[in-house]
Design a protein around this ligand. Structure first.
Ligand code: NAP
Length: 215
């Protein structure tokens, strides 16, 4: 399976490539292909040092979308709409939104778009794409730190049952992540609102990279 990451040079893209590229073909996208190439080489070198093979390439965001079966939109919410609008070829593909529309004022808070959530905005902008919400609550540092397993829950929601199963399969095959079916895409508003809560918990309790578990 080919997993494309739009905005793959950022914290989440780099972290996910480290965890996923030993099992999948990861195609990192960027507005600048050279930047994505540099990030992909770093991932390959890092995994090589640890004795793992890595399939990771760096290309433009458009090339990542065109080549991938599953596309992860790893860009900040404020750049989500402009990024998507400049790309094409999402029809029929699984498009994953880990995007959390939030702001930090005195504390972190959710600032959803009129559609209700970032994923619902993606769903509106990309008719024909199979939109799934996942990975919203895993801190980038946890993806990056290959010395530690990531032992947290991952709520996943979508209106496309098969697409949801594909993403839950990727989740359950990665480190110690455990996927939970959270229902239809409308639930994305609740999933996205978990992250500002986790950041407030981390801040007020002097914790780092707080995750969630369901018991
Ligand atoms: N960081 C976390 O711990 C975390 C955890 C869970 C979910 N998320 C979500 O995952 C998404 C990515 O987070 P991140 O921390 O990886 O973000 P980030 O590092 O701040 O940015 C990711 C990438 O977005 C691209 N980008 C930056 N400015 C842009 C612009 N003006 N137009 C288009 N693309 C632009 C950049 O790629 P190029 O310059 O290469 O194009 C950048 O590397 C966010 O929506 C966030 O809510 C983050």
């Amino acid at each position: 399976m080919k997993i494309g990451i739009v905005g793959g040079t950022g914290d989440i893209g780099e972290g996910m490539s480290r965890r996923l590229s030993s099992r999948y073909d990861v195609i990192l996208g960027s507005r600048e292909a050279d930047k994505a190439h540099t990030t992909s080489e770093c991932t390959i070198d890092l995994l090589k040092q640890r004795g793992f093979k890595s399939s990771c390439t760096g290309v433009s965001n458009q090339e990542a979308v065109s080549a991938a079966d599953v596309i992860i939109l790893a860009v900040p919410f404020k750049h989500l709409e402009s990024t998507i609008s400049g790309l094409s070829g999402f029809e029929g593909k699984i498009v994953v939104s880990p995007v959390n529309p939030m702001e930090k004022k005195d504390f972190f808070t959710i600032v959803p778009p009129p559609e209700g959530s970032a994923a619902l905005l993606v769903n509106k902008l990309l008719p024909g794409a199979r939109v799934v919400t996942a990975f919203n609550t895993i801190a980038a540092n946890r993806w990056k730190d290959l010395d530690a397993e990531i032992d947290v829950a991952v709520p996943v929601c979508s209106d496309d049952a098969d697409a949801k199963l594909v993403i839950m399969g990727i989740v359950n095959g990665t480190s110690m992540l455990k996927a939970y079916d959270a229902g239809p895409l409308a639930v994305s508003a609740m999933i996205e609102s978990l992250t500002p809560l986790l950041l407030n918990i981390a801040r007020y309790n002097k914790m780092h990279d707080v995750g969630i578990k369901f018991v």
